[in-house]
Design a protein around this ligand. Structure first.
Ligand code: SF4
Length: 489
């Protein structure tokens, strides 16, 4: 049965399922009728949700004198909301309403006079996004369906100009009045709901065509299922090619079917050429020239970072990439050494991380990194600790970006259209991988670190420490082995 019940009334949609329906009918059908088909959020995504809860908590403090409606017991949520609205409280948080078989929870309901209210939706983004408008519109539709007049609809989001701990001018959260845009979408709600109802009543999921909606406004959890029929590699592996959906509309999916004369960038064309000839395209001379610019000893450096939505320490902004760990391999005369750093408590990791790194790097040798990520972090550390600026700038001058080799001089269709280290490594060094590790990607490392610093010392914490250290070490070891392969060309 796809309909459920709250306080004796049936509903089939929640706000999040309405948003699923805006994205794609198949996603909506599965969310409503076959929820077990939708993979649960992974740990990295759960960390994002947790950060959202933290932002919500801070937002509520901006509207004091409120009553929070607890989610459970769910089947009485609208009744408990009515009681809170009828109380003397000025605000009701997580206020639950049901109308036209749709349930919404309003982050902050601001009571004005009589039956007039404002709706405030709290988001952890640093700006208003298109997807926020239907989100607010469905709330307004349901709240007004309960006999209220909604005066204004606001979006409250993080302020990208805020620097912790704040100086009084910029606040962590800002409000935007979205009333006009919300009203525009509101006019379309009854028709959209009728369509969504029809979709949910089907006997089987609709076959939705893949399209740009699969990744916008967010990557759909059903991509592994729907995209399984797309061959690999395909036109979707041509990195940065903006007209791929136009090609797709013309029936072109296979790389071999891309018409001659299709306008591509130099690197996109090289990728296609590599696929067509079935081997990599390598400018050996240019690579040797670049390798020849290196000075010994050769260091290989990688940072792991965390981007807190709510900045935690002085000088931090929302979503700033804060380094908490580094791994450093050093290669000299064929001998490989390893050093590492991992912060393990809730204080600011940056000063100690910087000082230990500067000591470990010394003042000799090139420092191999993969992308400009480490350079950006080093610049931020120089801003945070001006007393170390000269030494950090000297380190920046020694950086040597391995990714640039794969951007400019080494193209292989086997990389699948991405030059990330996770794609390059299995092709160049198939015997080395991340598969034996507990942590296999940066998003999970970040989520794990967030848990790690909250843990008390003990064997569980040591297990996690080990997993974090091994992951970061593998990144720099991968760069070492890739370097060795390049040197053999
Ligand atoms: S992957 Fe694309 S087509 Fe499939 S359900 Fe998601 S949005 Fe729809």
């Amino acid at each position: 049965m796809w309909k459920k019940n709250i306080d004796g009334e049936e509903y089939f949609l929640t706000k999040s399922k309405y948003m699923n329906g805006i994205q794609c009918p198949r996603l909506l059908y599965k969310a409503v009728n076959m929820p077990d088909d939708i993979p649960p959020p992974d740990e990295a995504t759960q960390f994002i949700f947790k950060q959202g809860n933290e932002v919500g908590e801070i937002a509520r403090q901006k509207f004091p004198g409120g009553i929070r409606i607890q989610m459970f017991p769910w089947h009485t949520i609208t009744k408990r909301t009515k009681t809170a609205i009828n109380s003397l409280a000025e605000h009701v948080y997580e206020a639950g309403f049901l109308h036209d078989e749709v349930v919404v929870l309003v982050d902050v309901l601001r009571k004005l006079d009589g039956k007039t209210v404002d709706i405030i939706e709290v988001k952890q983004s640093t700006r208003q996004k298109d997807e926020h408008i239907p989100d607010l519109a469905i709330q307004k539709y349901v709240v007004e369906g309960n006999g209220f007049k909604v005066n204004k609809t606001f979006l409250m989001h993080l302020n990208r100009d805020y620097v912790h701990p704040g100086d009084g001018d910029a606040e962590l959260l800002v409000m935007e009045d979205c009333t006009d845009e919300v009203n525009e979408h509101l006019a379309t709600v009854p028709e959209r709901l009728a369509e969504m109802r029809e979709t949910c009543e089907l006997n089987s999921p609709p076959r939705s065509e893949i399209g740009p909606h699969c990744t916008s406004p967010r990557e759909c959890a059903l991509m592994p299922e729907c995209w399984a029929r797309v061959p690999k590699p395909s036109i979707f592996n041509i990195t940065g090619y903006r007209k791929k959906w136009e090609l797709y509309e013309q029936g072109v999916v296979l790389l071999s079917d891309v018409p001659d004369g299709t306008k591509l960038s130099v690197s996109q064309q090289a990728f296609l050429d590599s696929y067509r000839i079935g081997q990599p395209i390598i400018d050996t001379q240019a690579i040797q020239n670049e390798l020849g610019k290196m000075e010994k000893p050769i260091h290989f450096l990688d940072f792991e970072t965390i981007n807190w939505a709510v900045p935690k320490h002085e000088g931090m902004r929302s979503y700033m990439q804060v380094p908490f760990q580094w791994s450093l391999h050093t290669l000299e005369d064929g001998k490989l050494e390893h050093k590492e750093f991992l912060w393990d408590n809730q204080e600011d990791p940056r000063l100690q991380l910087t000082e230990k790194l500067l000591d470990a790097l010394g003042d000799k040798g090139s420092i191999v990194v993969y992308s400009s990520f480490e350079k950006s972090r080093l610049n931020e550390l120089a801003d945070a600790f001006p007393e170390h600026r000269d030494r950090i700038n000297a380190v920046i001058d020694r950086l040597w970006d391995q990714l640039e080799i794969f951007r400019n001089f080494y193209t292989d269709a086997a990389f699948g259209g991405s030059n990330s280290i996770k794609n390059v490594l299995p092709v160049l060094v198939p015997e080395l991988s991340y598969k034996d590790l507990e942590i296999q990607q940066g998003g999970l490392a970040m989520a794990t670190f967030a848990k790690f610093i909250e843990m008390k010392t003990g064997s569980e914490k040591e297990k996690i420490r080990d997993a974090l250290l091994k992951y970061c070490e593998r990144d720099t070891l991968a760069m070492v082995e890739i370097h060795r392969r390049l040197a053999e060309l």
